[in-house]
Design a protein around this ligand. Structure first.
Ligand SMILES: *Cc1c(COP(=O)(O)O)cnc(C)c1O
Length: 241
């Protein structure tokens, strides 16, 4: 498994999909998802010039990202955030993609106020309706956005979703369309500034569809680092396999 080659082929694919859907490749950020990947391999990706990374578990952030070679990079946090891990998450990560409930908003606000900081976050939406997925329900998203906008410590710049796990591309596409439509609706409601621009959607199996539907940030692990040994159910309770 050659990291450089894999990275190149993912980037080529991004360009290809952008070209066929009249989008600019520079408008789609490639996040490398490094869950289960060792610090050594992350450093290898860094040497290839890559800077945008994502982690799913706070424990892995603490274990892997505190070494000197990686200290200057703060990975985005993309997993379910428990409030008891919130401080370590704020210490070790940059943006948080998984803000999905008011109790988390309040806990983040309390801690950020204490630190005198503002943090960039995304709202996670459960576009597939699957019970195994986190995120707020699409029908509640606008109201949630209105509430979160009152917190000065949180700068909301986008929405995030995980599409349904399905080989049926139409059902996957439906999830991305839902997120895009919600993004528009929230933009039009005027609760956020013009910096509310991101759609964090698409992973190894579906990033081409996500780009066609307007993704501005794809989160790719396996297509670059190879198949993970741990099943998805370890990361998403209730997921199959
Ligand atoms: C693991 C993960 C990804 C990437 O999945 P791959 O199949 O490795 O591309 C994307 N988003 C989230 C939230 C993840 O946990």
């Amino acid at each position: 498994m050659n990291l450089e080659e894999n990275l190149k082929s993912v980037k080529d694919r991004i360009e290809e999909v952008c070209r066929s859907s009249s989008r600019k490749p520079s408008d789609v950020d490639l996040m490398l998802v490094t869950k289960t990947i060792t610090s050594e391999r992350i450093i290898e990706a860094k040497r290839l010039g890559h800077r945008l990374f994502g982690e799913n578990k706070v424990q892995e952030v603490v274990q892997k990202w505190s070494i000197p070679e990686l200290r200057e990079i703060r990975p985005d946090f993309i997993g379910h955030l428990q409030t008891n891990k919130l401080k370590a998450c704020l210490d070790g990560c940059g943006r948080i993609h998984s803000v999905d409930r008011m109790s988390l908003v309040e806990a983040l606000d309390r801690e950020l106020q204490k630190r005198g900081e503002q943090r960039e976050v995304f709202i996670q939406v459960n576009t597939s309706g699957e019970a195994s997925k986190y995120g707020i329900a699409p029908v509640e998203a606008v109201e949630f956005a209105t509430q979160i906008a009152r917190y000065q410590t949180l700068k909301v710049t986008g929405l995030m979703t995980l599409a349904i796990f399905s080989t049926d591309k139409d059902r996957v596409r439906e999830c991305f369309r839902k997120l895009k439509a919600l993004h528009l609706k929230i933009r039009e409601s005027g609760v956020f500034t013009k910096d509310f621009t991101h759609l964090s959607m698409g992973m190894s199996s579906d990033f081409d569809v996500a780009i066609e539907e307007g993704s501005t940030m794809i989160r790719v692990g396996q297509a670059v680092f190879g198949t993970r040994s741990l099943p998805d159910s370890y990361y998403w309770p209730g997921a199959s396999s």
